[in-house]
Design a protein around this ligand. Structure first.
Ligand code: C2E
Ligand code: MG
Ligand code: MG
Ligand code: MG
Length: 291
């Protein structure tokens, strides 16, 4: 009967995974429609200069409201979009909309920079650099006010072709950031070779910064590495003033997180900018820090 029980468990497990892959197929199929049927939306999360407390710009974050399934998060649908091939269309939508909004944001803050997430698979899309040039020209947005965020895994996957593709983007004049730093596998030599303008520390190392000596070591080391490479550091996931103060101490220049603001709809972000008074960034470090 023990054996039978195990068999039951396996059957349940299979049903579960069948249901999961069924859901993946459903999501993949619906994503194609999502673009045409206007179910996508961009949210914007402010990035703050930790030295002055001023707005530097924002990160554009994709949102999807499925008519039957409701809100589906990008952590769920982006990997499905990547494996089902619909990611290129999604990114083209994000880039076009992102640059349109950036034109509006720049009317209020001329130095405003917009960061846009790009997947590894997008680097193989030859239409994408063309779209960038077209959109930037059409809207009079300067290329160096747009930052492409690439994940470490993205830069490793296609390592040979990536340098060539990134050179295309450099020629256009957009900036490059390495996203989720510390969660991938790229070597330091590799990092320096690709010449990123910005290194983004993943929020998993920032959320508990005041209480984790381990995370402090990682953040401090990342800031030191970035400095050596001539890149700026952005920390995401800042939720409290202590984390802000610690990152500041390590020389991290830019912060992003719920402490400043959650990602906002475009109209709310515009309002947020209009009412903005520089953030108080003069907090003392009270936590016990690693040396
Ligand atoms: P990411 O690029 O690392 O974006 C940062 C994520 O951290 C966002 O989650 C943001 O809402 C969240 N976050 C920021 N500050 C805080 C904080 O203080 N506390 C907490 N708990 N979370 C914070 P989101 O919007 O759910 O996006 C998740 C991931 O989905 C992104 O991670 C990115 O990898 C991907 N993604 C989002 N939009 C796009 C897109 O347009 N294209 C692509 N390719 N990927 C995207
Ligand atoms: Mg990002
Ligand atoms: Mg990130
Ligand atoms: Mg992240």
């Amino acid at each position: 009967s023990e054996k039978r029980l195990q068999g039951e468990r396996w059957r349940m497990f299979d049903l579960e995974s069948a249901r999961l892959s069924e859901q993946r197929l459903l999501i993949a199929a619906s994503l194609k429609l999502a673009i045409e049927e206007d179910q996508l939306n961009l949210h914007f999360q402010p990035q703050i200069c930790l030295e002055t407390g001023d707005i530097v710009g924002c990160e554009a974050l994709l949102r999807w409201h499925h008519p039957a399934l409701g809100a589906i998060g990008p952590d769920t649908f982006i990997p499905i979009a990547e494996s089902s091939g619909v990611i290129n269309q999604l990114t083209e939508w994000v880039v076009a909309k992102g640059i349109e909004w950036q034109a509006r944001f720049c009317e209020l803050i001329p130095e405003h920079v917009i960061s846009i997430n790009i997947s590894a698979k997008d680097l193989l899309n030859k239409d994408l650099p063309v779209l960038f040039i077209t959109k930037l020209n059409e809207l009079g947005v300067s290329a160096d006010s747009v930052m492409l965020e690439l994940t470490e895994s993205a830069t490793l996957e296609e390592s040979k072709n990536i340098k060539i593709t990134l050179d295309d983007y450099r020629l256009i004049g957009v900036k490059l950031a390495i996203d989720d730093f510390g969660t991938g596998y790229s070597s330091l030599a590799y990092l320096s070779q690709l010449g990123f303008d910005e290194v983004k520390i993943d929020k998993q190392f920032v959320l508990n910064l005041a209480f984790s000596l381990n995370d402090q070591s990682i953040c401090k080391a990342t800031c030191d590495i970035a400095k050596t490479l001539g890149a700026k550091v952005v920390a995401e996931g800042i939720e409290d003033p202590q984390s802000l103060a610690i990152l500041q101490r390590y020389g991290c220049q830019i912060g992003q997180g719920y402490y400043f603001s959650k990602p906002l709809e475009a109209d709310d972000y515009l309002l947020w900018i209009k009412n903005f008074k520089s953030v108080d960034v003069s907090h003392d470090v009270k936590a016990h820090l690693v040396d």
